[in-house]
Design a protein around this ligand. Sequence first.
Ligand code: AMP
Ligand code: GLY
Length: 424
Amino acid sequence: MNVLLIGSGGREHALAWKLAASPMLTKLYAAPGNPGIAREAELVALDIADHAAVASFCLEKKIDLVVVGPEAPLVAGIADDLRTAGIKVFGPSKAAAQLEGSKGFTKDLCARHNIPTAAFGRFTAAEAAKAYVRDRGAPIVVKADGLAAGKGVTVAMTEAEALAAIDDCFSGAFGSAGAEVVVEEFLDGEEASFFCLCDGTAALPFGTAQDHKRVGDGDTGPNTGGMGAYSPAPVMTPEIVERTMKEIIEPTMRGMAELGTPFSGVLFAGLMITSSGPKLIEYNTRFGDPECQVLMMRLKDDLLVLLQAAADGQLAHMSARWRDDAALTVVMAAKGYPAAPEKGSVIRGLDNAASRGVEIFHAGTAERDGVIIANGGRVLNVTAVAATVTEAQRLAYEAVDRIDWPEGFCRRDIGWQAVKREKA
Ligand code: AMP
Ligand code: GLY
C-alpha cells in the first residue's frame, strides 16, 4: 500500500515509525513531515490546507490510505474533501470532528445520551456566564468553546479567577475560539487518556495513557500540549475500561450515527476517574501528542492493517494486542515554552542518545546544513519501553542526558504517579 501521512509533530513521527514497520507498506509519504519522519518516509512539501492539492497528489501517487495526524485539517474538512475525490482516509469528517472542535457540541451530545460528564452551561455573553459562576461558586472550570491548542481552559480555584477567565475569553484572548464559553463543574479524581479506533459503527479500545499537562515539575506552571506521558494508565483497570466503553464511548458512537455523522478515526477520551466512576472531560478526534508515542512503542499489531480496517468499516472483528511492558516519553522543549519558545538552537548527540528500547521522536525540529535545530515549542520526545514505568523512566532520562542541547529543557518527574505506585 502507498500511504500519505499528514502532519509534522512527534505524534506523526511515532505513527510513521510504526507504519514503516508494516509488511503491507509499499511507500510512505509524509506532508509536511520533519527531519525525524524523513528517516521513515519521503517528505512532500504539500500545503495541507489546500485540500485539492493534497487530493491531486494522492491520485498521482496512487495513495491507498491517507492518515491524518493533527486536528486542524480534520476540523477544516480534509477527510470529506479527500473522500469526495475517491481517496480513502483514516480520520473523521468535519461534522464528526466537532467532538473536538466544539466543546458545546460534545456537551449537548452527552446531555442527550446521559453520558457522564461535568455539569455545564454554554454562554455567548460574559454577564450570563458570570452569573452562573457566582451561582455555583469555586472551584469551577472556564473553557473557550473552540480549538485553542490546549490553552483555552482555566481550572479556577477562586471565583475571581473564573470571572477573569470569562473576561479573557470574551475579550478575544483565544480569538474566535472564545466567542462562546463553557463553564463547568470541577471534577475531582485522577485523569487518564483513553483511545478507541472507530469505523463509524464499531469502537475498538486502543490503549490508555497518562499525560503531564503542566510545564513544571510537580505539576506546576502553565498548561502545555503535554510534557510527557506513559502507558498503560494504572487507573484504567479492566472494570473502568468496560464502564468507559458502555457508559461513554458506545453511546457516543450511537449518538453520532443518529445525527447522520458517524465517527470514524481515533476517538481520544480525556477522562476523570472519580469516586463514582469515569467521567468525560473532553474528546479529541485524533491521537494524543505525546500519548501516541507511548502507544506506538507498546502496540504489537500492524498499525497499517488496523487503520485500514477503521477506514473500511471493518473493525468489528479486529483486536489490538499490546506488549505487557510500560512505555514512557519525556518531551524536551525549547526554553521559553509554552509562552515564547526560542527557535534555531543546535541539537547534538541524537545518534548517540538512542539505545535498545529507546526511540527519539522528532516533534519540532528542522535541518539546517546537515545539523538538527529546534524549530518549535516541543522539540523531541525521548521514548522508552521497559518492564516497569520506573525502568522506562530511567532509560528515557539516561537518553535525555546524552543529548547535547543546552537551550532545551524537560520535566524530570514524568511518570511520578506510576513510579510511586510501583514503589508502594
Ligand atoms: P481540556 O483542554 O478540556 O482537556 O482541559 C485541560 C485540563 O484542564 C484537563 O486535562 C484537566 O486537567 C483540566 N480540566 C478540564 N476540565 C475539568 C473539570 N471539569 N474538572 C477538573 N479539571 C478539569
Ligand atoms: N497530550 C494531549 C493532547 O494531545 O491533546
